[in-house]
Design a protein around this ligand. Structure first.
Ligand code: NIG
Ligand code: FE
Length: 424
């Protein structure tokens, strides 16, 4: 048993009756003050006010009364238990939040596009054309190199409080490289996405439909061993709505769940298509008409906003208030990739979301935890209700609001996944 006590604010995402992020004044974060969290077998066993521990979980109350408390920083590495198999951690009046669920990343790649970023900041505009640079470097890289880069990026994300991390392929764009990307990703996460339809590779530029056929006939059937999701970049310069529909349909027929890159650069029909296919999530959604938002709300498709991308491409920030008011479920993810935005820091995304996209602090935190879980169709993560996977961060701050209030300052103290310390 692991017991974290002396928590100033425990964010559970256990909403008060009727509370929802669509009503920014309601208590949808389920914040418990002066709280204790009890973990058994890697799952949340009890969460509540410390004053209720004795009645709520007598065995944990007994352990707290008899066992010395450790500071989070004094914890040993993964797997090491305190006396009698129980550990009591003193959060010392700091806040605890659910681990971030980062539902959108492109982190199997090689190469460097920092020059492209600098040129953009100096006035160039973003185009998907830069993807080809990464494809060239990725195809030339060894498996070890790709895996080492992936692991390094995932470790960095963990240090920022991320405990669930989706990974897409999409910088290989041939059968062998795409399947290799999926295999490498599956070694480190359950949330693996085939995104062979990222752009049409140079060798198919005169016959893009032949590449679509390759994705459908060769990649999708072989991807199912490692991938859970099928994703397509549906955009001018990438894949048409018709091609996207064919790929999503083929993926679904092979048991992959659909998601989409939609309306990132233009306000085309991709969001409507995502709704039609009942995609779990449509991501970017930078441009969304009222009809697009209504369609997403109606189909239950989560719209995943990606603050770091607008930051790094200088595109306009979408106004999240419109999305919430339309009844859409909204998530926030980092979209860590070498081109359009190379941050894996969810706290950085939260700061932008609140400052420039008009999320409230509470809505932003919800969107990066429970929202991300919904975007991945996961019920076991993104919250700290009893039965949840015990993925959480003890902050170096007395309130979760500090994540946004002190932008750029490390506020994530210790990160736990299934009740084990993974970063501090
Ligand atoms: O999500 N939009 C397409 N794909 C990535 C960017 C890829 C790149 O520029 O390398 C994205 O923004
Ligand atoms: Fe992306």
């Amino acid at each position: 048993m692991l017991i974290v006590t002396n928590i100033s604010e425990l964010v559970t995402n256990n909403p008060a009756p009727g509370a929802t992020p669509a009503d920014p004044h309601s208590d949808f974060l389920g914040v418990i003050t002066d709280a204790t969290l009890v973990v058994e077998d890697g799952k949340v066993a009890w969460a509540g006010p410390t004053s209720g521990l004795k009645a709520g979980h007598p065995q944990a109350a007994e352990v707290v009364a008899t066992q010395a408390r450790q500071a989070p920083s004094a914890l040993q590495a993964k797997g090491q238990e305190g006396g009698e198999g129980h550990r009591v951690i003193d959060a010392a009046g700091q806040a605890v939040i659910p681990g971030f669920v980062d539902s959108h990343n492109h982190t199997v790649f090689a190469g460097d596009r920092s020059e492209e970023f600098a040129a953009r900041m100096a006035g160039e505009s973003y185009s998907a054309g830069g993807i080809a640079t990464t494809v060239k470097a990725t195809r030339a890289a060894s498996d070890d190199e790709l895996e080492a880069n992936l692991v390094r990026l995932m470790r960095q994300a963990q240090h920022s409080g991320t405990t669930t991390f989706e990974v897409k392929s999409g910088y290989g764009l041939d059968v062998e490289s795409e399947l290799k990307a999926l295999e490498l990703a599956a070694r480190h996460t359950d949330e693996v996405t085939l995104m062979a339809a990222h752009v049409v590779p140079a060798e198919f530029k005169d016959d893009p439909d032949a590449y679509v056929d390759l994705v459908i006939n060769e990649m999708i059937p072989k991807a199912t061993t490692h991938a859970k999701w099928i994703d397509v970049f549906c955009e001018e310069g990438a894949f048409t709505e018709e091609q996207t529909a064919r790929i999503l349909q083929a993926g679904i027929e092979h048991g992959l769940r659909p998601r989409l890159h939609a309306n990132q650069l233009t306000d085309g029909g991709a969001l409507q298509l995502a709704a039609k296919f009942k995609c779990a999530s449509a991501d970017h959604a930078t441009f969304a008409s009222d009809a697009d938002l209504a369609a997403a709300a109606e189909s239950g498709t989560v719209l995943t906003l990606l603050p770091s991308i607008e930051f790094s491409t200088r595109q306009p920030y979408p106004d999240a208030r419109r999305y919430f008011e339309a009844g859409v479920t909204v998530a926030i993810a980092s979209d860590c990739n070498p081109g359009s935005g190379f941050s894996s820091s969810i706290p950085f995304c939260l700061a932008i979301a609140v400052r420039d996209m008009h999320f409230t602090v509470d809505q932003a935190l919800w969107a990066a935890t429970e929202g991300g879980a919904k975007a991945l169709e996961r019920e076991d993560v993104g919250h700290l209700r009893p039965g949840a996977r015990a993925d959480f961060s003890i902050l170096d701050a007395p309130s979760y609001r500090y994540l946004v209030y002190r932008p750029g300052v490390q506020q994530i103290g210790a990160v736990f996944c299934e009740g084990e310390l993974i970063a501090s």
